[in-house]
Design a protein around this ligand. Structure first.
Ligand code: ASP
Length: 393
């Protein structure tokens, strides 16, 4: 029976999904509802779970001081790993040099998404109406509100604070139960989601842009398998491989859904139940990480813009690489944890280095598949962060 665990079934489902997507595309297109159902169930949990888990985590930290301490450490760790991700991306691009072979091969038929500016990004973090933010599932805004709410709760006299804390702890535990049930459906959801993507996109487009796809994947693998584990080992003093074996279910869900936000219920549940991560750490670091810490996306942004520049025959010098470094970092912080968010953020980087926004058309065809990989790395980075910062809780 050991071989019939949800995890083994999920891995089998990935391969079955790919095979069925290639050989039985029509069937897989008609099975789309199964993946949609799985996604909707996960999304159903995001808002109540984020609200309750972040509240409980902050209140259990016990003081604003402890929160500030952990928060600053978390941000420092995020910036460090994101910077390493972008650097890895730039180094890989320097070696693989994608793009040169097929100058502007793809048509730029895709209309460019509206440009993202820094100020709109900043304003989008603030909830003007918390009920609207809750109902629209705006996670960053919900996080900002819960932060205020929980810190305010910490200032209340202890009996009243405990009432709130107990209430949200119970909500949190009940949501965790639902998450456990939904996780059991992962193999079916994953099978349908992956089969659908392969059936719709086909594997041939990947081949046409192979040097670019290769550069992104190489960078992501180097970061996930070498850079991040080394950093985690040094700072967190644990064995990343053992940890991966315990939490890989969340990475697989991230891969299939291409959404850090939708994966959140699974990552909180697995990190806490199996990964030995404390409630405060899982409840605070994971929701925060799912929205601001995206190593995979940062790396992808850097590779993609260099690829586009190469394809347009534009040389990007050192100073422009610094611009890419900074904008890719911001783009990954600003990107929402939903499919395709990274592609939209590309506009910010393209305009910063003076490339036309239509260039997005060049990479859009393969974006979904790369999104699956970068989201898996985003979530892996968050899971490692939760475990590393566990030490400081
Ligand atoms: N889909 C990614 C995520 O949810 C964001 C991106 O598009 O890069 O983490």
């Amino acid at each position: 029976m050991k071989y019939l665990s949800t995890e083994t079934l999920t891995i089998a489902a990935i391969f079955l999904g790919i095979t069925a997507g290639v050989w039985l595309p029509d069937t897989m297109l008609s099975f789309k509802w199964m993946g949609d159902l799985f996604l909707m169930l996960l999304k159903m949990l995001i808002v109540p779970l984020v609200f309750a888990s972040v509240f409980v985590a902050i209140v259990s930290l016990g003081s604003g001081e402890a929160l500030k301490n952990l928060g600053l450490k978390a941000l420092g760790y995020y910036l460090l790993t994101t910077a390493l991700a972008v650097t890895t991306g730039l180094v890989v691009v320097g070696i693989v040099e994608p793009g040169a072979a097929h100058q502007m091969a793809a048509s730029a038929a895709v209309t460019a998404p509206p440009e993202q500016s820094f100020s709109t990004l900043l304003l989008s973090f603030v909830p003007a109406n918390i009920f609207q933010s809750l109902s629209e599932g705006k996670i960053v805004q919900v996080l900002v509100f819960v932060l205020f709410f929980a810190v305010a709760a910490l200032q209340l006299e202890s009996a009243r604070r405990e009432t709130l804390q107990e209430f949200f702890e119970s909500v949190n535990d009940a949501m965790g139960k639902i998450a456990e049930w939904i996780i059991k459906l992962t193999p079916l959801g994953v099978f349908s989601l992956i089969g659908y993507v392969i059936a719709k996109e086909g594997l041939s487009t990947l081949w046409e842009l192979k040097s670019y796809v290769l550069a992104v994947l190489l960078g992501l693998f180097v970061h996930a398998l070498i850079v991040l584990p080394v950093v985690a080992r040094i700072l967190g003093r644990f064995n990343p491989l053992d940890y991966f074996k315990k939490v890989r279910e969340a990475v697989l869900v991230a891969f299939s859904t291409a959404s850090s936000a939708a994966t959140l219920p699974v990552s909180i549940e697995t990190a806490y139940e199996r990964g030995g991560v404390k409630k405060e750490s899982a409840g605070f670091i994971l929701p925060l990480g799912a929205t601001v810490n995206m190593d995979g996306t940062a790396l992808y942004e850097a590779v993609a813009v260099m690829f586009i520049a190469n394809s347009y025959g534009m040389e990007l010098g050192f100073s422009q690489q610094i611009v890419i470094f900074l904008t890719a970092t911001f783009a990954s912080i600003g990107a929402a944890g939903i499919p395709g968010a990274g592609l939209v953020m590309m506009t910010m980087i393209l305009s910063a280095v003076g490339l036309p926004l239509e260039a997005i058309g060049l990479i859009a065809a393969v974006d979904r598949v790369l999104d699956m990989f970068r989201t898996a790395i985003n979530v892996w980075g968050d899971l490692l962060a939760a475990r590393v910062l566990n030490r400081f809780v």
